[in-house]
Design a protein around this ligand. Structure first.
Ligand SMILES: [Zn+2]
Length: 110
């Protein structure tokens, strides 16, 4: 039976990077809208939707690049293969027999 241990650092880092990039994206969109008047609402919407799709893709990639905090082994995917919204995001390291709790939860959108 695997031991469940807390890896809040991954969760915190994940959250901080996500929040910072969301702020940067919002800032970039606002700047485009105000500094470049030809950028009308449809252009902003296209940038927004494109940015969102890229963001979701990027989030997926980040979730696939977890490393065990103890042995640094790469763990390509969370333990729950077909998660429901609000399911916790855990990673299992077979070498250490530890299940890492990132304190992250799967978002409502998929
Ligand atoms: Zn490990």
């Amino acid at each position: 039976m695997a031991v469940v241990k807390d890896d809040w650092r991954f969760g915190l880092r994940y959250f901080v990077v996500s929040a910072a990039s969301a702020l940067a994206a919002a800032g970039a969109i606002a700047a485009t809208y105000f500094l470049w008047p030809p950028a009308t609402l449809p252009v902003v919407l296209v940038v927004l939707v494109g940015g969102f799709i890229w963001f979701m893709f990027w989030q997926r990639r980040r979730l696939g690049s977890y490393h065990c905090p103890k042995c640094r082994r790469h763990i390509p995917e969370p333990t729950i293969k077909h998660p429901q919204p609000e399911d916790p995001i855990h990673y299992y390291c077979p070498a250490c027999d530890i299940e890492w709790d990132t304190r992250l939860r799967h978002p409502d959108v998929d």
